[in-house]
Ligand binder design. Structure first.
Ligand code: ATP
Length: 342
């Protein structure tokens, strides 16, 4: 149904040249839920954005239902894209529109009539379990509810494929499970094929039947979930198997706030994927940047000279200092997620 054939993509910025995708091929059958897992900077977003040509590969082809997307005229491509829904880590809702109006947007752009829009939007809100939130604005919704709105919006044009770009990365573990169940339900009830990217093996295990592992722009392993998980000796699978979800202690989770507030500090989940040693990371924060922090939990293992695993850091510097630490993580491709403020 979808064939990604030998695609490559190189980014050029000033004098720097970076090959983000290197000869990637993958086939996705109708009805599959395919997960692509990789560490930060591996090329996941570039790959998923290539599928609907939001990112144009330099080489290779994207064949969808027998059509080579790069060969379509812009109007044919726009038509094809309507049938490929997409959801994102940060939901991308319009804050000035109600839940109903956010979901209605693709239908309005398609010049659908008022009655048709109303019928469709109400059906979709039912699918995602938000019938009672139609007139609310995004700011009054939880993260999980916002993602449900985004899913309803992505389904408005009856897509055959749903692309999920780290759709649960900004959500707590319980909400993550409920969103993953919703995606599975959509796959089974509506027959929509799903391609998702994630850096968490738990997400893959929860819903995918096929997996590909991307590392430095190359697909290094691919196969059914069982095949890939049983390849335990493969170094990269080993690394993912030990990066489990870290639990937020009850004493913190009970008072955790979603938005920043004066007097509260960010609780950050940091993932070590071999590109920095645990001790080095802590020393950068405390000794180099002089940012006070509390290490809440750490589940870290050493493989050779590298550290893998996850830690929960409660950064306790000023907002500017804490921001510096986050910038350092991002600059060094160290996956990090703000879980809330405490
Ligand atoms: N527009 C761009 N210009 C220059 N470099 C880019 C661009 N987009 C991505 N890159 C680089 O390509 C590499 C792969 O990026 P990509 O966002 O696809 O990785 P990822 O696996 O999705 O990472 P993350 O999980 O951190 O989002 C990174 O090193 C990134 O810096």
């Amino acid at each position: 149904m979808i064939a990604i054939k030998n695609i490559s993509k190189t980014f050029r910025q000033e004098k720097k040249v970076f090959k983000a995708l290197d000869d990637v091929s993958l086939e996705i059958e109708q009805g599959d839920i395919v997960g692509i897992i990789g560490f930060s900077g591996a090329g996941k977003s570039t790959l998923i954005r290539s599928v609907n040509l939001l990112e144009k590969p330099d080489e290779g082809q994207i064949i969808v239902n027998g059509k080579d997307l790069a060969k379509l005229s812009s109007s044919e491509l726009a038509k094809e894209r309507k049938k490929i829904g997409m959801i994102f880590q940060h939901f991308n809702l319009l804050s000035s529109r109600t839940v109903f109006d956010n979901v209605a947007l693709p239908l309005e752009l398609d010049n659908a009539g008022k009655a048709e829009i109303s019928k469709k939007v109400n059906e979709l809100l039912k699918v995602v379990g938000l019938e009672d939130k139609a007139n609310e604005y995004p700011k009054s919704l939880s993260g999980g509810q916002k993602q449900r709105v985004a899913i309803a919006r992505a389904l408005a044009n009856d897509p055959y494929l749903l692309l999920c770009d780290e759709a649960t990365s900004a959500l707590d573990p319980v909400t993550t499970q409920s969103i993953l169940q919703l995606l599975k339900d959509i796959n089974q009830r509506l027959g929509i094929t799903i391609l998702l990217i994630t850096h968490e093996m738990d997400v893959i295990k929860a819903i995918c039947n096929h997996v590909a592992v991307i590392d430095k722009g190359r697909l290094v392993v691919k196969g059914s979930l069982e095949e890939v998980l049983s390849d335990r000796e493969h170094p990269i699978i080993k690394q993912f198997s030990i990066s489990k979800t870290v639990n937020i202690p009850q004493s913190i989770s009970s008072t955790l706030k979603r938005e920043p507030e004066a007097g509260l500090f960010p609780l950050v989940e940091v993932e070590l994927n071999g590109n920095i040693l645990f001790e080095k990371l802590l020393s950068v924060i405390y000794s180099d940047y002089k940012i006070p922090y509390k290490l809440i939990t750490a589940d870290v293992e050493y493989l050779g000279k590298a550290s893998f695993g996850k830690l929960l850091l409660h950064l306790q510097g000023s907002p500017v200092e804490n921001e510096k630490a986050i910038r350092y993580f991002n600059k060094n491709n160290i996956q990090n997620t703000i879980k809330g403020y405490a």
